[in-house]
Design a binder for this molecule. Structure first.
Ligand code: URA
Length: 193
């Protein structure tokens, strides 16, 4: 555990000075990721928004508050006992989607995070993260709640919390069901206490 934390600290320090892509020019803070280094579950979003850029922490805006609520109500834990990261660590201006060369430049950080944490399950938040982690043809509506074996390990997509905020109702119900599915998966593998 201490070793994983130390490795993540080194990676975060490296990322904080990163200039591998143009997002370095407009970012305020690098949003590396936070949580428990031995978490059985890692959430992966797309990239930081304005509040994440301002604070250096992932999912702290409105969509982050929905994510926190769903984690607490469906998983029965707080975000601090899991791990949350993004594909790109710096905010794309105007919250546009990250461009392929930005994703490519940033991928080594996520790969190193996942290798260090070695979670039993990665939950991809939204279509952009899911397509990156699983495959470009993925349709989030049909793929959500299902498990995919990838080079990043086992990945289950669910809707992005900002989609949940926009849609409400059935989208949030689906996200709740997906988190319960994730918890059962981890319990069956002895990775959830
Ligand atoms: N959306 C994301 O994909 N990631 C964040 O950290 C915040 C909003």
């Amino acid at each position: 555990m201490a070793e994983r934390a130390a490795t993540l600290d080194v990676l975060a320090a490296e990322a904080s000075a990163c200039r591998r892509c143009r997002l370095a020019e407009t970012r305020t803070n690098v949003v590396f990721g936070v949580g428990t280094p031995a978490s059985p579950l890692v959430f992966v979003g797309e990239g930081p928004g304005a509040q994440e850029d301002a604070t250096g922490l992932p999912f702290v805006g409105r969509s982050g508050r929905l994510l926190d609520t769903l984690i607490e109500q469906e998983l029965g834990v707080t975000r601090a006992s899991l791990y949350i990261a993004n594909i790109v660590k710096c905010r794309p201006p105007g919250n546009r989607n990250p461009q392929p060369d930005e994703v490519e430049a940033c991928t080594p950080y996520l790969e190193a995070q996942l290798q260090t944490i070695a979670p039993a399950l990665v939950v991809a938040l939204g279509a952009v993260a899911a397509r990156f982690l699983i495959g470009p043809e993925l349709q989030i509506t049909s793929a959500r709640g299902k498990f995919f074996e990838t080079r990043f390990g086992t990945v289950m997509p669910t809707f992005h919390p900002s989609y949940g905020l926009r849609q409400g109702g059935s989208a949030v119900t689906a996200m709740r069901a997906d988190l319960v599915t994730a918890k059962l998966y981890l319990k069956e593998r002895g990775r959830w206490s």
